[in-house]
Design a protein around this ligand. Structure first.
Ligand SMILES: N[C@@H](CCC(=O)N[C@@H](CS)C(=O)NCC(=O)O)C(=O)O
Length: 211
């Protein structure tokens, strides 16, 4: 059985939990306490991060890599497009989002962990504010696309939507408010949150991030 090592508030682990529930197969989720990281995490992932997926002899990390593997192992419902051209486009978009949006999400997560020890100093507060502004602006740019179609790639829910969902869920939690012009993005988020697998994948700590 596949085992996912997951952080209970980690947006990247959230992506993989979401995929597992979309597929509706057998799996086990092991919660990892990042403040008291078990030794085997750094053995399985040299970067010491979650999520990590173990499937018999295979151990992989990086949420998007894990998700593509699960999608190939369990093709229904298919989350990557069948057409190679569209697949390439999805992969490129995933990379763009990692570089332009999720690096800033990671920064906010790092600062959040730091805040658990002591209040943030002014420099860290500035870094957090900059990260929030970039995320807000990048997400707002999706409005024109989402005015025309239900999901980023058209009418079909895909891996891109799935990768963005944990961030959309955390906007309030991160203190990010989208402008009124980004209403299509918020409607799109509600469409994703309405998926049964999305609700099933939420941990108790994630459920209370948004009311
Ligand atoms: N690019 C990675 C990011 C994973 C990540 O940043 N995980 C965080 C938790 S949300 C982590 O394990 N942090 C502990 C650390 O970096 O030491 C992915 O997509 O899987």
């Amino acid at each position: 059985m596949m085992v996912l090592y997951s952080g209970t508030t980690c947006p990247f682990s959230h992506r993989c939990r979401f995929v597992l529930f979309e597929k509706g197969m057998d799996f086990e989720i092991r919660d990892v306490d990042l403040f008291n990281r078990p030794e085997d995490i750094s053995i399985m992932n040299p970067y010491g991060q979650v999520p990590i997926l173990a499937d018999r002899d295979l151990v992989i990390y990086e949420s998007n890599i894990i998700n593509e593997y699960i999608d190939e192992r369990f093709p229904h419902p298919q989350l990557m497009p069948v057409d190679p051209i569209q697949r390439a486009r999805v992969r490129l978009l995933l990379l763009n989002f990692e570089r332009e949006v999720f690096v800033h999400v990671q920064e906010l997560e790092r600062l959040e962990a730091k805040k658990a020890d002591k209040p943030l100093d002014k420099t860290s507060e500035k870094v957090a504010e900059k990260a929030r502004t970039i995320i807000r602006d990048q997400l707002s740019k999706l409005s024109p696309v989402l005015m025309k179609s239900s999901y980023i790639m058209g009418e079909e829910f895909s891996m891109i939507d799935l990768a963005l969902a944990p961030l959309l869920w955390r906007l309030g939690h991160y203190g990010i408010e989208l402008p009124k012009t980004a209403a299509p993005v918020l409607k799109y988020a509600e469409r994703i949150f309405a998926r049964p697998a999305f609700a099933e994948a939420l941990t108790p700590s994630e459920k209370v991030m948004r009311r």
